[in-house]
Design a protein around this ligand. Structure first.
Ligand code: KIV
Ligand code: ZN
Length: 514
């Protein structure tokens, strides 16, 4: 029979600990609700003794979250344990998570005590916490650098005192998979009351082994995995839960385990965490990176169109993403261009694929990446429209003070020149409002990324933006030594794509009417 793996999410505790700022109560609630909806078994909501806001937030969450168990962290101290209890007592479904370091380096240099005193403290505090709940997790901090006999001693003591989950954290991300496997196996073989508890693993990614270590540990008998969304956490981060979930889901035939997670919510939850924690997801991040389902080489794209299993082991639909799209670049073949036209609903007899492909290659050579709206434009606009930059910048001026910015822009719009000004909260906002005044395009800026091309003060600024216009997303890029100018250029780039897209609609209408 398949065994269920319990997932404990610590995005709001270990994850938050690594941020340069504290999450507000509202932000923590938004993340916790997403985790609950995703089906996370246990949410570690914080470390209530660490700050009044953590305490208040834990209290709020205890009123709101109904379907996931809540857990609060405590040092091996009465006041910490009391704080967890008082913050979570409004829910009858809570866990107290107590930790104390067990490795020689931590005991001698950090705690300045002895191993025997550590054992006594663990026993005493777990018994103390049991007055509040039967659900006690004990973590042997730095377990993977604790001599195995000492670790067995700690685990046996903690279970005897009443701990129901024993966590074996790889606190410093040091262990290798086979070594972790052996630790768990040793505990199972040597600790006589081990069957009275759930063994949990909590890994850090300092050597890039966090997910692999957790998977190995469940093969050795661990039943709970702790981690965070997007792998955020102390230093190089924690085990990325979305990777664990999809590894078990994808390899379910080979693994004897399953989780209770609603995988369709993974993408949404990852986005929310990235946005609220202000940690962008690297494009090549497994499962949720923007390249995770995007294929670039022509050979791969062709294989994918024939059978997606040739190059994709995961189906993006499973994690809540709509469809596989290809990176349309000069490396793409005809098949990928046709596939994207199909995705947009254009039948092959409505355009000339050979002509479209020739023009696509020319544009891709010039532009790098080509988007769906570029394809539409190449397919349905005249050569003249495609070569026209309807909007071009004649002049701009932006003045800012600590309260407000004012932008003035002169724009060539076809044959006429228009001049407008607008104020905004910051330079980009003012530019953007001025552009709306000039063009009447109801655009919404949905992504703005500013990068320096090198590390000197003379560096060129690169602005990458995404704009929503009606139901479509347009991408624009601008380069300049002046980052404000780069922003204006990027927006104008988008405006020209929007204009061409509007021409496409007019042309399609004409074709349909004739
Ligand atoms: O990494 C660690 O050891 C921890 C414990 C508090 C579980 O985060
Ligand atoms: Zn940790």
């Amino acid at each position: 029979m398949k065994k269920r793996i319990i997932l404990l999410d610590t995005t709001l505790r270990d994850g938050e600990q690594s941020l340069k700022f504290n999450l507000t109560t509202k932000e923590k609630i938004e993340i916790a609700l997403a985790l609950e909806k995703m089906g996370i078994d246990i949410i570690e909501v914080g470390f209530p003794i660490s700050s009044p806001i953590d305490y208040k937030t834990s209290k709020e969450l205890a009123k709101i979250i109904k379907n996931s168990k809540l857990c609060g962290l405590a040092r091996c101290k009465k006041k910490d344990i009391d704080m967890v209890y008082h913050s979570l007592k409004k829910t009858d479904n809570f866990r107290i998570h107590i930790f104390l370091a067990t490795s020689p380096i931590h005991i001698i240099t950090k705690l300045k005590t002895t191993f025997n005193k550590v054992l006594e403290k663990i026993s005493f505090m777990i018994k103390y916490a049991r007055q509040y709940t039967d659900d006690i997790e004990f973590s042997c901090e730095d377990a993977t650098r604790t001599p195995i006999n000492n670790l067995c001693n700690v685990v046996q003591t903690a279970i005897t005192a009443g701990a129901t989950t024993i966590n074996i954290p790889d606190t410093v991300g040091y262990i290798f998979p086979q070594e972790y496997y052996n630790i768990i196996l040793n505990l199972k073989n040597k600790v006589k009351n081990i069957d009275k508890c759930i063994i949990s693993v909590h890994t850090h990614n300092d050597l890039g082994m966090a997910v692999g270590n957790s998977i190995t540990a469940i093969n050795a008998g661990a039943q709970q995995i702790e981690g965070t969304i997007n792998g955020i956490g102390e230093r190089a981060g924690n085990c990325a839960l979305e990777e664990i979930i999809m590894a078990l889901y994808t390899r379910k035939k080979n693994m004897n385990f399953y989780t209770n997670i609603n995988v369709h919510n993974i993408y949404y939850t990852s986005k929310i965490v990235s946005k609220i924690c202000n940690i962008p997801i690297s494009i090549n991040k497994a499962i949720v990176g923007s390249n995770a389902f995007s294929h670039s080489s022509g050979i791969h794209q062709d294989g994918m169109i024939k059978n997606r299993n040739t190059y994709e082991i995961l189906n993006p639909k499973n994690i809540g993403l709509n469809k596989t799209e290809f990176n349309l670049t000069s490396k793409s073949g005809r098949a990928a261009v046709k596939y994207h036209m199909d995705l947009m609903g254009y039948k092959e007899n409505t355009y000339n694929i050979n002509l479209l492909y020739d023009n696509f290659i020319k544009l891709a050579d010039k532009k790098g990446q080509v988007f769906n709206y570029d394809l539409e434009s190449l397919a349905f606009n005249s050569l003249k429209d495609n070569n026209t930059e309807y909007f071009s910048l004649k002049y701009f001026n932006v003045e800012s003070n600590s309260h407000l910015s004012i932008a003035t822009i002169k724009l060539q719009c076809g044959k006429v020149i228009k001049l407008e000004s607008a104020t905004g909260l910051g330079a980009v906002n003012a530019i953007y409002k001025t552009i709306i005044r000039i063009t009447n395009y109801n655009i919404k800026l949905i992504n703005y990324i500013l990068k320096a091309k090198s590390h000197t003060e003379k560096s060129i600024g690169e602005v990458n933006i995404k704009i929503k216009y009606k139901t479509k997303i347009f991408n624009g890029i601008g380069f300049s030594k002046d980052i404000i100018k780069a922003s204006v250029i990027a927006i104008i780039n988008c405006l020209n794509s929007i204009w061409r897209s509007n021409q496409v609609q007019k042309n399609i209408l004409k074709i349909n009417q004739s």
